[in-house]
Ligand binder design. Structure first.
Ligand code: ADP
Length: 174
């Protein structure tokens, strides 16, 4: 289902989609990178909703995702996905990354989301090698879409280099 995937170079906070995915941390307590950008642009209601979830369920384990409103963003929802911290590749990182994408897509389906934008989860501060991450991300999303009503999945790449890496992997995707 790669036809329903689009690669875009840009800033995820500007996307007009039903849901934006955040590369969150397991304490849902905010950080730098894409998380900082989303909280800054969306305003304090997102952090407040994250606080409520944290108090209820103690955060979000790696490989899972939770959903909040999107505050001042154009989207309806922010899906906070927790990708793995890269520890050399033998600590289940690949499966945990795949799971972060799949759990986000399951939440999207549950909330009737038809258009969704992902950042490149785990490839910033969490240090996951980007080509390896892109292969996993594009494969699992493409496969998931076979059984889903989601119409469009955008990958928002923040740098030219990231965009190039994702484009190459996309070309090779069957
Ligand atoms: P992680 O901790 O999961 O690695 P980061 O936010 O540090 O998350 O980085 C994930 C990716 O998001 C990186 O490729 C980074 O360049 C990118 N990124 C940072 N800010 C934005 C943004 N505003 N929109 C889209 N991507 C962004």
């Amino acid at each position: 289902m790669k036809e329903r995937i689009k690669l875009i170079k840009g800033n995820i906070v500007d996307q007009e989609v039903d849901a934006i995915v955040n590369a969150a941390n397991s304490s849902l307590s905010g950080g730098g990178g894409v998380d900082g950008a989303i909280h800054r642009a969306g305003g304090p209601s997102i952090a407040e909703e994250c606080r409520v979830i944290r108090e209820k369920q103690g955060g979000c384990p790696t490989g899972h995702a939770v959903i909040t409103g999107a505050g001042n963003l154009k989207a309806k929802y922010v899906i906070h996905a927790v990708g793995p911290i890269w520890k050399g590749g033998n600590h289940n990182e690949d499966n945990l990354l795949a799971s972060a994408y799949i759990e986000s897509l399951k939440l999207a389906d549950e909330y009737n989301v038809k258009t969704i934008a992902f950042p490149s989860i785990s490839t910033g501060a969490y240090g996951f090698p980007i080509e390896r991450a892109a292969k996993i991300a594009l494969r699992v999303v493409s496969d998931y879409l076979e059984g889903s009503d989601i119409k469009e999945v955008r990958f928002i790449l923040f740098s030219d280099k990231d965009y190039e890496v994702y484009s190459k992997v996309y070309e090779g995707l069957s």
